[in-house]
Design a protein around this ligand. Structure first.
Ligand code: ADP
Ligand code: MG
Length: 229
């Protein structure tokens, strides 16, 4: 599997959010994407997934040699692209256990995501805490077994103990798959290793390189400092 995003321009409501993004993820590679609030990180992964609100104005998305830029979301999922949303919706009337089965999984996926027995009968994300929502996303994602795994701020709002557990489960799950991991603070990187890092600011990737180096640079200079350089 490989993903190639070339010169991607994406607009929402007539405003450009992504302004010429280039990104290549090869088989088995793990990439991490950093960036300040509103940079367009969610826009990028949701456009790769095929969320219709985002209009591709220019550029191409190629998955496994096939141009998927115009492909509907369900077909992209069938090809093996999976996304854990930053803010997953509540699904009144749909039980988490049923959804996991629809995704092709079973109760084992709930346990893998550290959700107890009781969660299978609860409506998806209804009354879930922030951390439980993230774990519910992970359980659904694991069930679908995507070949390209897109994780949008999986470490936001998760307490330290859960983060360690999720990080270790992810590290295991991601081996042999390709991934793009969005993290605001970089916390998840304490528990899983990644190959490349990128910084997205104002809809453009302004820096790419070795993850530890880039994280150190962000902590030292801030996104503003990186942008100015
Ligand atoms: P990030 O994930 O990096 O914090 P987003 O990709 O969520 O940033 O958002 C990038 C920009 O696009 C923000 O300014 C946001 O307000 C805007 N945006 C995202 N979705 C919509 C939408 N549906 N309508 C209007 N603006 C949007
Ligand atoms: Mg976001």
């Amino acid at each position: 599997m490989s993903l190639r995003v070339s010169d991607l321009w994406v607009g929402v409501d007539g405003r450009d959010i992504l302004k010429g993004v280039n990104l290549e993820i090869k088989k088995g590679e793990r990439h991490v994407l950093f960036g300040p609030n509103g940079a367009g990180k969610s826009c990028l992964v949701e456009t790769i997934m095929g969320i219709p609100a985002y209009k591709v104005r220019k550029g191409r998305i190629v998955f496994d040699g096939r141009d998927i830029t115009e492909l509907p979301i369900n077909e992209r999922a069938r090809l093996g692209i999976g996304l854990a949303f930053q803010n997953p919706p509540e699904l009144m009337g749909v039980r988490l256990g049923e959804l996991i089965r629809l995704c092709g999984g079973d109760e084992w996926n709930l346990r893998m995501a550290f959700l107890g027995e009781g969660f299978k009968d609860r409506y998806v994300n209804l009354g879930f805490s922030g951390g439980e929502r993230k774990r519910s996303e992970i359980a659904q994602l694991f069930a679908m077994k995507p070949r390209l795994v897109l994780l949008d701020e999986i470490d936001s709002g998760v307490d330290v103990d859960s983060l360690e557990a999720i990080g270790r489960a992810l590290d295991d799950f991601l081996s042999g798959r390709s991934s793009l991991i969005i993290t605001h603070q970089g916390h998840i990187l304490n528990y899983l290793t990644v190959d490349f890092a990128h910084v997205l600011i104002d809809g453009r990737i302004v820096r790419s390189g070795e993850p530890k180096e880039i994280l150190t640079e962000i902590r030292r200079r801030g996104f503003d400092g990186i942008k100015r350089a």
